[in-house]
Design a protein around this ligand. Structure first.
Ligand SMILES: Cc1cc2nc3c(=O)[nH]c(=O)nc-3n(C[C@H](O)[C@H](O)[C@H](O)COP(=O)(O)OP(=O)(O)OC[C@H]3O[C@@H](n4cnc5c(N)ncnc54)[C@H](O)[C@@H]3O)c2cc1C
Length: 375
């Protein structure tokens, strides 16, 4: 029997299909490679906002949609399956909005939640630095106290879409602390604040997604401090549950996977027993990953921060995606791995999937350390 929640999710999925139709009618592309990481289209985000699908899992009294995280997962699954260009609002919707809700002041909630929900504020993530990627406790961007706020100086790197975002999230050091994990603070800033300089870092095929962000005495007012001064480590770790535990960790290559399965089924591409067995195995793994994601979304609905489970989903999800790309290469006899083709772009992008959002080795350490704590 279909529950009310399941019926609502079916309806949300069809809303996504309607939006996809509207987007195609405007000449917009679908079936994109890495649609959530490199499909920055504010106009598409506006279509989503008009249907209330950004900030949909935030409480109504803060202007959110009042849906559950499971409802949001139904929507994100559909967006990713269709390969729709969701990058512009993705980070703000997935983690900055929830981080503001968990730790932010009423001022931040009032200022940013409506702007994110209406697709007017787009965030990029200023966490990594040249000496602090996996090891975020090593962040050395420094904030010095002054009247009414902080002066921030340092260098952030790999800041995806900083050149298109309206705002940047910053993890900075506000005090020494007695351990490396103390003295970190989260802040927000407009990207065009005085003292911020964004420089492009080109990818292997010449695309511009990454940036270096130089911060030279940038003034961040007290109102833009996110949460407690000095409590940035605990807050950022919780934020990573939102960053790592979603369907984007295993559906990035779904449109291309589906296209190959369809062309094998229709006989357009010749099949072999090995390929059929491989597709069977990958499909079963996909079902397991979905199960994990639905379980995680339920935990977010219960206001938990499932740090370890999200790390596990990301670890298994990016391994799955690498194996999907290997399947696609073998079906194509390795031929189509040229820059500019969807498979070529995917083959170039896939090594980064296990690094962005936390490298696999580091995720294994997080999971293993938790086991040791429980014994
Ligand atoms: C596509 C993409 C987009 C990104 N976007 C952003 C962004 O928008 N904002 C942002 O802030 N950052 C971003 N990053 C940066 C990303 O978060 C870091 O690259 C990542 O955390 C790894 O850090 P690092 O590059 O400093 O590598 P390092 O920390 O130097 O790690 C290198 C390798 O060493 C190993 N290693 C490191 N530490 C350990 C350990 N403790 N135990 C075991 N092995 C270890 C791992 O295998 C790792 O792959 C992005 C990265 C990619 C690839």
């Amino acid at each position: 029997m279909t529950t009310t929640a399941e019926a609502a999710q079916v309806s949300l999925r069809s809303t996504v299909h309607e939006i996809a139709e509207m987007w195609r009618a405007r000449g917009g592309q679908t079936g994109l490679v890495d649609a959530w990481g490199s499909g920055f289209e504010p106009e598409f985000s506006k279509l989503m906002a008009d249907r209330g699908l950004i900030g949909m899992a935030w409480p109504k009294h803060w202007g959110g949609g009042g849906h559950s995280y499971r409802d949001r997962l139904a929507v994100t699954e559909e967006l990713l399956r269709l390969g729709l260009p969701v990058t512009a609002h993705w980070i703000a919707d997935r983690q900055i909005g929830p981080a503001i809700l968990r730790s932010g002041s009423d001022h931040l909630k009032r200022e940013f939640l409506p702007a994110i929900r209406s697709a007017d504020a787009f965030f990029c993530l200023g966490m990594s630095e040249p000496g602090a990627g996996s090891d975020l406790a090593n962040v050395s961007t420094r904030a010095v106290r002054e009247a009414g706020g902080w002066r921030v100086s340092g260098r952030k790197i790999w800041t995806t879409y900083a050149h298109r975002a309206t705002h940047i999230y910053l993890l900075v050091r506000t005090g020494p602390g007695s351990s490396r994990h103390e003295g970190l603070t989260e802040m927000l800033s407009p990207i065009d604040a005085s003292g911020i300089e964004v420089t492009a870092i080109r990818g292997p095929a010449g695309a511009h997604h990454f940036n270096e962000v130089l911060l030279d005495e940038v003034f961040v007012p007290d109102e833009y401090v996110l949460g407690e001064v000095g409590n940035g480590w605990r807050q950022v770790v919780e934020q990573l549950s939102f960053e790592r535990g979603g369907a984007e960790r295993f559906l990035t290559a779904y449109p291309q996977f589906k296209a190959v399965v369809d062309s094998l089924a229709s006989g357009d591409v010749e099949s072999t027993p090995e390929v059929v067995a491989r597709i069977g195995e990958l499909s079963a793994r996909l079902a397991v990953l979905r199960h994990m994601a639905w379980d995680l979304a339920g935990r977010l609905d219960r206001d938990e921060a499932p740090v370890v489970e999200s790390a596990a989903l990301k670890l298994r999800g990016t391994q799955f995606e690498a194996d999907v790309v290997e399947l696609l290469r073998s079906v194509n006899g390795g031929r189509a791995v040229l820059a500019g083709t969807p498979l070529g772009s995917l083959a170039l992008a896939v090594p980064t999937f296990s690094i962005r959002g936390g490298a696999s080795d580091v995720l294994m350490s997080i999971i293993a350390r938790q086991e040791m704590r429980e014994e």
